[in-house]
Design a protein around this ligand. Structure first.
Ligand code: PPS
Length: 360
């Protein structure tokens, strides 16, 4: 066994147990009812805040979190850590292609589960959805949900929305992390659509109602600011690259170059040209492996059943890909409340979000 492999095994064996402080906390009856009403898919299991910042997850997530916390990490492993809707998929595609010498043919398969391990997906699914997938006939969602990370070829490409304190403690020492942040106003709008598309929220919920829950951290995987600020503190760690969605929008080529430098994978001008074009929103929107086929990986239905069900649906994973779309969705009151919330949460920090980009 190589020294590196030995390190990996001992990491798994010696992995520290999940500290008791990272367990579930209870919620009062009124909050429980509000959450069950807003997110009926979780009504049977309930949603609970976990750990010091109160990350909202299905109440039975504890044993899963314990397992994820002890994931072995080896040099070469790449983790994309984000809050939902911050540009995860965009960055996943970029990182995978750079690391795999722009193998566009190899990229013709789903990011998750084919190219990345989505760490906490079993913990995020309500138990009845996990059961439906286990009993269903969709081999892709079965693989996404039930294939252990240990079966993957090395190096591992991992996607997670968990905050850093739920990731393996050795992550930033041994692996590389790319963290992507996006301004919370656009994340809120994007998440609102996502939760409808994946049937997680009450369909008749309105944007302003959702925005309030978003700010209160009453949506799965939130609260927003503790997640971002924890990563922001690590932005100068040599094993961490901190990116902003808005910088990727403003200067995609520059972002590709930064990722390539971080991964120590020099790119030719021709490769940069190719990546810039492949990663442009209009190309990503047309690319079935990062757009149309996404829901298939998370469904118990077969491809045919899903196509029939979605025939009339206009919802798309690659929705608008813009900065400032919140203007089309928030009332003035919600927008003002969000601005005040952002200012409060960022007071005393040097983190700043861009909520609008100048048009060229
Ligand atoms: S997820 O479900 O959490 O993994 O979602 P995530 O991939 O983080 O975020 C999805 C949003 O990112 C947008 N996106 C892009 N924008 C611009 N350019 C490119 N290439 C691109 N790729 C993905 C995607 O459209 C979602 O944002 P919204 O605002 O909903 O359009």
């Amino acid at each position: 066994m190589s020294a590196e492999a030995e390190k990996c095994v001992s990491a798994a064996v010696d992995a520290p147990p999940l500290p008791a402080s990272l367990g579930a906390r209870s919620v009062d009856e009124e909050t429980r009812r509000r959450l069950a009403d807003a997110f009926p898919v979780y009504a049977s299991v309930g949603l609970s805040p976990f750990g010091p910042s109160g990350v909202l997850l299905p109440s039975d997530a504890g044993p899963f979190l314990e397992r994820y916390y002890s994931t072995p990490v080896e040099p070469g492993d790449l983790w994309i850590v984000t809050l939902p809707k911050c540009g995860t998929t965009w960055t996943q595609e970029m990182v995978w292609l750079i690391q795999n010498d722009c193998d566009y043919e190899g990229a013709q398969c789903l990011l998750c589960p084919d190219r990345y391990h989505f760490l906490e997906i079993p913990a995020l699914m309500a138990p009845h959805v996990r059961d439906e997938i286990r009993q269903g006939k969709n081999p892709v969602s079965k693989r996404l949900m039930f294939s252990p990370i240990e079966e993957r070829p090395k190096p591992w490409f991992v996607k997670t929305h968990l905050p850093l304190h739920y990731c393996p403690p050795a992550l930033l020492e041994r692996g590389k992390v790319i963290y992507v942040a996006r301004n919370p106003k656009d994340v809120c709008v994007s998440y609102f659509n996502h939760l409808l598309m994946f049937k997680e929220r009450r369909p008749d919920m309105n944007m302003d109602e959702f925005a309030q829950m978003f700010m209160d951290g009453e949506v799965s995987l939130l609260p927003f600011f503790p997640h971002v600020l924890e990563a922001w503190k690590e932005r100068n760690n040599p094993n961490m690259l901190f990116l902003f969605f808005e910088d990727m929008k403003r200067d995609l080529r520059g972002a590709i170059q930064r990722v390539a430098d971080f991964l120590e994978k020099p790119l030719t001008e021709k490769q940069l040209d190719g990546l810039e074009s492949h990663l442009h929103f209009s190309s990503m929107k047309k690319n079935p492996w990062v757009n149309k086929n996404m829901t298939y990986a998370y469904s118990a239905l077969t491809a045919e059943e899903l196509a029939a069900e979605n025939a009339a649906s206009k919802l798309e994973f690659m929705r608008k890909g813009e900065t400032g779309d919140w203007r089309n969705h928030f009332s003035q009151k919600t927008s003002d409340e969000m601005d005040a919330w952002i200012e409060r949460e960022l007071a005393g920090t040097d983190l700043k979000f861009v909520t609008e980009l100048k048009k060229n």
